[in-house]
Design a protein around this ligand. Structure first.
Ligand code: SAM
Length: 323
């Protein structure tokens, strides 16, 4: 599959603003909300925009903080969190990996896919702690997969393709493990994604799914798990508190996250949308945090008012494809 973008325009921060406006446009009277293709178009613009200002080492998730996980990763990759990272996003990926019932050193000959890989930093990290033969990342944002290929790809060992989670460009039974980290809340059809994930997995292969939920999406997944689908759901862990702990660390004054965000060359409009010090991007809503400056910007309507989502939880599920 080609990942060339020679004929596409480079992504800009304005893509982010345009996508954000589309996704948050008030629904028209005759419609309940944007159509699936409009959602995907807006999501793709948002992440193309974020890719345009992201720097090497940036992750796009809220992270997770758990001392036991941290110790385990440090013993595998000493000093992994000392340079250009706060180590919180890597913990989320480690959580996704270590719960799969394959030992970390048992991946020889195995093929791993991440759906919704963003800039590929998480998959790059994952590929360093397992010895898989082939690791592939897929994302809707072409700017993200282009950057990931340019910076991180290592032949067949690690490569990235642009594509849609609901229509995966892979053959049946190609993969042993499918990872999905903080991405599926963007998909208009979660059931469609699960069908595709099962299709590309070998019988007995595993899906490791990590994401945040609102009441509605949690009810939807609960229903899908009860339906007689392609998966046996073998494990479910509520990691809400560990994710909140990571977000709070990032929101602390002077944190690595805040310093990294401040160093980005962003227009005023985009900074306003992202919340003070990038707090919106860091997951401030999930811990009920709103800076005074953000409150003022919303009160004076300089920034659109963000309605706090009715978050349910942040969870990790492991599912095994039925034989
Ligand atoms: C919050 S980011 C997480 C990225 C990455 N997993 C990480 O943790 O850094 C969500 C990602 O899902 C991707 N995404 C959203 N909808 C998608 C779809 N329908 N198909 C594939 N990727 C999608 C976005 O482009 C974005 O890169």
């Amino acid at each position: 599959m080609s990942t060339s973008t020679q004929d596409s325009n480079p992504a800009t921060a304005e893509d982010f603003n345009s996508g954000f406006r589309k996704l948050n446009a008030p629904p028209q009277a005759e419609r309940r909300g944007p159509e699936p293709e409009q959602i995907k178009g807006a999501v793709s613009e948002i992440y193309n925009g974020v890719a345009s200002w992201s720097t090497h080492g940036d992750f796009w998730n809220w992270g997770m903080h758990d001392d036991a996980l941290l110790d385990e990763i440090r013993s595998l990759i000493p000093g992994f969190d000392q340079y250009d990272t706060d180590g919180l996003s890597e913990q989320l990926y480690f959580q996704a990996l270590r719960q799969v019932p394959i030992p970390l050193d048992g991946y020889a000959g195995k093929k791993v896919l991440e759906v919704g890989c963003g800039l590929g930093e998480g998959l790059n990290f994952a590929s360093r702690v397992i010895n898989a033969s082939q690791v592939v990342g897929l994302d809707l944002s072409r700017a993200a997969t282009d950057r990931a290929n340019a910076r991180l790809s290592r032949g067949d060992q690690l490569r990235f393709v642009q594509g849609d989670a609901e229509s995966l460009p892979f053959g049946d039974g190609e993969f042993d493990v499918v990872l999905n980290v903080e991405s599926s809340h963007n998909y208009p059809d979660l059931g469609g994604f699960l069908r595709e994930a099962a299709r590309v997995l070998k019988p007995g292969g595993h899906l490791s799914h990590v994401d945040l939920f609102i009441e509605e999406s949690h009810a939807r997944l609960t229903q899908l798990k009860q339906d007689d689908g392609d998966f046996e759901w073998v494990e479910e862990v509520d990691i809400t508190e560990q994710v909140r702990s990571a977000i709070r660390k990032r929101l602390e004054p002077g944190s690595f996250y805040r310093r990294n965000f401040s160093s980005k060359k962003l227009g005023l409009k985009t900074r306003i949308m992202m919340g003070r010090g990038g707090s919106h991007l860091a997951g401030a809503d999930f811990v009920g945090h709103k800076d005074l400056v953000d409150r003022l910007l919303e009160a004076t309507r300089i920034r659109p008012k963000r309605v706090l989502q009715d978050y349910h939880s942040y969870r990790h599920h492991i599912a095994r494809k039925k034989a």
